[in-house]
Design a protein around this ligand. Structure first.
Ligand SMILES: Nc1ncnc2c1ncn2[C@@H]1O[C@H](COP(=O)(O)OP(=O)(O)OP(=O)(O)O)[C@@H](O)[C@H]1O
Ligand SMILES: [Mg+2]
Ligand SMILES: [Mg+2]
Length: 486
């Protein structure tokens, strides 16, 4: 085991390559369907298979999706997009090359803002985002010597988001991935599912002595299928590389694979015998020119981004950072909350309802907000009748809200009236209740009058009980005080 002191001598350096599968209906260069889960090799036109004489054509939607991601990350958008052939042989690559972008990716530079668990914020710089196509899928069945290939995935549009070697801890890498996932989901360009492989991450990891100006040699780790496994792979690589460095051994540039069962990495291939991809401009595709009008129309169709909503929730609605963070975690929650806020005055109450009763209902039934039975307007009305003093929060959350969840055809006020839950705030009807409480507790009244002011809570409790929880606490306190001080 490495001592904390030894580890502390080294700086961890991480750069991530993230592949996101785009949610287009058809493939990157053909009209073949991208639908997942069909019989193997059923969406494989001659173009996907790269038969001689066929011509690919660029999917306009995929280009738009890539541009959206670039705009969301403040990247510069390349206007003249040339595609490149990356030549290599692999059984799941039917053409023998991948059509990708090399020298001029569609998005250059940019940044991804991240928030760490302790609440601190920083930005991770991007190198580039480029468009490319996915490969097919190799399937190895137990006991079989042959490899099966399914080409349905071959040609599915991807973007590759390449970060600068800008992260310094596995927590930062985790937060970065979480932000990428949030962004692609807000933009509706990728479902962001790492377990199913629609979001994939290669982690490039190196170590250097603290204070050093030169990065160490990087190792690229593949095959992590969850955020947590990316963290584990990075932690393991850090230890492994520090042990090597301490022993005076040279770290070699290589590609390693992560084994989730053991939490370790193992060498796959060295970068020394680096593939010579013989990149050259794709001769079968003409350049894709992004005109000013096209860019503008994409820009104007951009949905609100999580950081914009966060800013709005904090600065316009006056919510704490914590609330704004939770409420912008998913686009659907944020949009529901936005609608709620367009109907309420009390934003903090709205936030408390979202983070409390609404979230616990969703969690309990593992539902998404889209399946939440109470409309934003109804919830807003519930919040309003609490604020107006018609019902107490307790009655609202314990009696009315459960009814709303069961039957959303009635308004909260109707439910309150039908169940006779409207708070009594009229002095005339509350006074007799207070009087009877006092006359039933003569001894306590004497104690109160001789200085035991703490008994107020007891009287209040009795009034609430007698009124079946419907007494308006403000009015009840006022009457109690008047009668007791007399
Ligand atoms: N010394 C380093 N330590 C950690 N990460 C590094 C280091 N140098 C580069 N990186 C990161 O490695 C990644 C390189 O990705 P890029 O796609 O440019 O090249 P590649 O991995 O060699 O190619 P391929 O796409 O074929 O895997 C970037 O995310 C970059 O930030
Ligand atoms: Mg790469
Ligand atoms: Mg790489």
């Amino acid at each position: 085991m490495l001592s904390a002191e030894t580890k502390n001598k080294y700086e961890l350096v991480i750069g991530l390559e993230v592949h996101a599968q785009l949610l287009t209906k058809s493939k990157m260069y053909t009209s073949d369907s991208t639908e997942f889960g069909n019989l193997p090799n059923t969406h494989i036109s001659v173009i996907t298979l790269g038969h001689p004489g066929t011509l690919p054509k660029v999917n306009r939607k995929a280009v738009e999706f890539a541009i959206k991601m670039g705009l969301a990350c403040n990247s510069e958008i390349t206007r003249n997009n040339i595609f490149a052939r990356k030549n290599y042989f692999y059984p799941d690559l039917p053409k023998g090359y991948q059509i990708t972008q090399d020298k001029n990716p569609i998005c250059v530079g940019g940044e991804v803002p991240i928030t760490l668990p302790d609440g601190s914020k920083r930005s991770i710089a991007l190198t580039r985002i480029h468009m490319e196509e996915d490969a097919g899928k190799s399937i190895h069945l137990a006991g079989e010597v042959d490899t099966l290939v399914d080409f349905n995935r071959a040609g599915v549009p991807l973007i590759e988001i390449v970060s600068e070697p800008d992260m310094r801890s596995s927590e930062e890498a985790y937060a970065y991935l979480a932000e990428i996932k949030k962004l692609v989901r807000y933009l509706d360009i990728c479902d962001g599912n790492m377990e199913e492989g629609s979001l994939r991450c290669d982690a490039n990891v190196s170590v250097m002595l603290k204070g050093s100006k030169e990065y160490g040699k990087k190792v690229e780790v593949k095959n992590m299928n969850s955020f947590r496994n990316v963290s584990r792979a990075i932690e393991h690589e850090f230890e492994r590389q520090v042990i090597m460095a301490e022993a005076g051994k040279e770290i070699i540039s290589e590609t390693r694979t992560f084994d989730a069962a053991t939490g370790t990495t193992a060498s796959m291939r060295s970068k020394e015998d680096l593939n010579d991809y013989r990149y050259f401009p794709e001769p079968d595709l003409s350049p894709v020119i992004v005109s000013e009008e096209w860019l503008e129309s994409i820009r104007s169709s951009m949905p609100p981004l999580p950081r914009e909503l966060f800013h709005k929730f904090v600065h316009e609605y006056g919510l704490p950072d914590y609330d704004a963070g939770v409420l912008t975690d998913s686009k659907e929650i944020a949009l529901y909350f936005e609608e709620l806020c367009s109907h309420v005055k009390n934003f903090k109450a709205a936030s408390n309802w979202m983070m409390g009763p609404v979230k616990s209902y969703l969690n309990e039934l593992t539902l998404h907000i889209e399946d939440f039975p109470v409309s934003a307007i109804s919830l807003a009305e519930l919040i309003a009748i609490i604020d107006e003093g018609k019902v107490s929060f307790t009655v609202a959350s314990q009696k009315i809200y459960p009814e709303m969840l069961k039957d959303n055809s009635k308004t909260p006020l109707q439910i309150a009236q039908e169940l006779n839950l409207i708070q009594q705030s009229d002095e005339g009807s509350l006074k007799p209740i207070v009087e009877s409480v006092l006359s039933e507790n003569k001894a306590k009244v004497e104690e109160y009058r001789s200085g035991k002011k703490g008994l107020m809570g007891m009287f209040m409790g009795q009034v609430m009980k007698k009124s079946q929880g419907k007494a308006d606490p403000k009015v009840a306190t006022k009457i109690l005080t008047e009668l007791l001080e007399n």
